[in-house]
Ligand binder design. Structure first.
Ligand code: PLP
Ligand code: COI
Length: 340
């Protein structure tokens, strides 16, 4: 271990911090260059870059975890690599091969090893791979050049409170269109979410819940996380829709619920006027980890699940198993952990 950063690891929130190195690779004339680690956190691009005008950009989010014995591991980076390829296909950007994506993540973590929070602090190193179109373009067309980069920063809880419940309100806005870009992680989806998020926070909620854009009757997403509910008869339920981002955490929880906790699981419609079928509910994602949902406000009424102040027993168990696997305390299903 190198320098002493003097960070208060246990109190970190989800805010940007410049770390020492980031990976940058450029695509031109049909191919990626070698890619390298650089210290400068600024990127210089043409004023006519498609990212600036037409939002030709996508990103990923994953974490590196420090284990009890001091090792560092990534959680399912291959899933993020493949999801980024899906995003690239949808908005006509070149794909980064899975191996190269994982190698870039490993390089960035190794180069910034001092920033990987110590085991036991609850903090992690968040990695942000991203890609966007650059070069000179003025018509609405794919860019002639691209930049793929990965940076990282230590983070704590995304939603205030960690494992203590927070409340959400249902947005009147949609985050995605029925056949739009909701299932991929492209920048424009998030620009559109800034106002609904701000309105939710102004009303005193942690974030907003989006309903399905076609009928506005079913839960799609919880801000930048997926929804799950535990029914009163103990089933793990999560919404199914072509406009939801396929969350790596959600896919992992489905398997944990089924194979580790022996629960029945269902991916299906979750109707906003049927919330009383759930004993507990939560938001899940890389940044959100598992955040218990205290209550959901819909049409002026707050529906409270387990409690507004305490995490429910099943949500707690899911959290313990998921984070136990991520921090290396529990054995992971094959292929989930990549050592750095
Ligand atoms: N839904 C949206 C809209 C997101 O931005 C994210 C974050 O990546 C998620 C869900 C959770 O996905 P994951 O578990 O892969 O981080
Ligand atoms: C993530 O969970 O990694 C996200 O991308 C969520 C958010 C910070 C956009």
């Amino acid at each position: 271990m190198g320098k002493n950063l003097n960070l208060d690891w246990a109190r970190l929130g989800f805010t940007y911090m410049k770390t020492d190195f980031r990976y940058v690779s450029r695509w031109k004339d049909g191919k990626w260059d070698e890619g390298k680690l650089v210290e400068d956190n600024r990127l210089c691009i043409s004023e006519a870059s498609t990212v600036l005008h037409y939002g030709q950009a996508c990103f990923e989010g994953l974490k590196a975890y420090r284990t009890k014995n001091g090792k560092i591991q990534l959680f399912r980076p291959d899933m993020n690599a493949r999801r980024m390829q899906e995003s690239c296909r949808r908005i006509l950007m070149p794909e980064v091969p899975v191996e190269r994506f994982i190698d870039a993540c490993r390089q960035v973590v190794k180069a910034n090893e001092d920033y990987v929070p110590p085991y036991g602090t609850g903090a992690t190193l968040y990695l942000r791979p991203f890609m966007f179109g650059t070069g000179d373009t003025i018509g609405v067309a794919p860019a002639p050049e691209y930049i793929f980069s990965v940076f990282c920063l230590p983070v704590g809880a995304y939603f205030k409170g960690g494992l203590s419940p927070v409340n959400f309100t249902v947005s009147e806005y949609d985050r995605a269109a029925p056949f739009g870009t909701g299932a991929v992680k492209v920048g424009g989806n998030y620009a559109g979410s800034l106002l609904p998020h701000k309105l939710a926070v102004e009303k005193g909620f942690a974030d907003c819940i989006y309903l399905d854009p076609a009928t506005h009757t079913k839960i799609e997403e919880v801000g930048a996380a997926n929804f799950f509910g535990i029914t009163k008869d103990g089933k793990f339920v999560t919404p199914k829709s072509p406009s939801i981002l396929p969350s790596v955490t959600r896919i992992s929880l489905l398997q944990v619920a089924r194979d580790v906790l022996g629960m029945e699981t269902e991916e299906r419609d979750v109707f906003i006027d049927r919330l009383d079928e759930f004993a507990e509910a939560g938001a899940c994602g890389t940044a959100a980890v598992i955040t218990p949902i205290g209550g959901i406000e819909y049409r002026g009424k707050l529906h409270v699940f387990y409690s507004e102040t305490e995490v429910g027993p099943v949500t707690k168990k899911l959290y313990e198993v998921l984070t136990g696997i991520q921090f290396g305390d529990l054995e992971a299903p094959e292929g989930w952990i990549f050592e750095v």
